[in-house]
Design a protein around this ligand. Structure first.
Ligand code: NAG
Ligand code: NAG
Ligand code: NAG
Ligand code: NAG
Ligand code: NAG
Ligand code: NAG
Length: 200
């Protein structure tokens, strides 16, 4: 009896999560995202890499009040470790979703506010990490998670981010990106979604 209740609760949690299974941090609140004008992301949707070249339009899909400012992150959870380092250092990498994978930061933009007229989030400043198009180089599905985080009024960017460490789309510093400092600074994501893509 207890077991089945616990199992069904687990089931419900898994069904509600808007973040990829086996990843952290998590949220059950969906983030709306539209690519290429009419591809609406639903958690786990496969999207052709040719259709994610430009940053998506983001919007809330629930009735929460979205006052104040927000930050968005796009993270690839399936970067092969050997794209990043040598095997003796694999154990130091931020773990990705599969064995011998790590993460990569594709996009980090702050100062987003909800524009009430259009119902979408708009930016008031240049991105901290400009959007870099997902270009999965292997036939394995990569898992790309979009996170919306609160940006409290007193939020201070980490020094290296403020100094432009992640600005370039091609910098190696975007690999092995950890969400821990983000979570420690601003808490759990307020909304998220994710999609899959591969070099089919
Ligand atoms: C939007 O969808 C229509 C019909 O599915 C398609 O023909 C069109 O190319 C799409 N537009 C964009 C910008 O993707
Ligand atoms: C992961 O990498 C280690 C170190 O190179 C290797 O020994 C191991 O076989 C790899 N595991 C998989 C599943 O590829
Ligand atoms: C990966 O990031 C972690 C901290 O987040 C760091 O300790 C580790 O040295 C990094 N590994 C490599 C190979 O850069
Ligand atoms: C917000 O904008 C200010 C002013 O342009 C900038 O200094 C700051 O780094 C931005 N913060 C984030 C999180 O993007
Ligand atoms: C908002 O982001 C876009 C696309 O990344 C950028 O071109 C634009 O300059 C940004 N707006 C401001 C006010 O910085
Ligand atoms: C990638 O994901 C899609 C959608 O879930 C699935 O149909 C496809 O088989 C997957 N491809 C691989 C190589 O796993």
């Amino acid at each position: 009896m207890y077991k089945s209740v616990a199992l069904s609760l687990l089931w419900a949690a898994a069904a509600l999560a808007q973040t990829p299974p086996q990843t952290w941090p998590v949220t059950e609140t969906n983030l709306g995202a539209i690519y290429d004008e009419n591809i609406t992301v639903t958690p786990g949707l496969w999207i052709d890499p040719n259709d994610v070249g430009d940053e998506p339009v983001l919007y809330p899909t629930n009735d929460d009040a979205y006052e104040g400012k927000y930050m968005v992150f796009l993270i690839d959870w399936m970067i092969p470790d050997d794209d990043v380092t040598t095997s003796n250092l694999y154990r130091t990498l931020v773990p990705g979703l599969a064995v011998n994978t790590t993460t990569r930061l594709h996009w980090w933009a702050g100062n987003l506010t909800l524009d009430c007229d259009s119902g979408v989030f708009v930016n008031e400043s240049a991105a901290i990490a400009t959007y870099s198009s997902p270009r999965p180089r292997d036939s394995t599905n990569h898992t790309y998670a979009l996170y919306l985080f609160d940006q409290p009024a007193d939020y201070v960017l980490p020094e290296e981010a403020a100094e432009g460490l992640y600005t370039s789309q091609t910098t190696d510093d975007r690999y092995n990106f950890s969400m821990v400092p983000v979570f420690e600074a601003v808490g759990s994501p307020v909304a998220a979604t994710y999609f899959l893509s591969n070099d089919a």
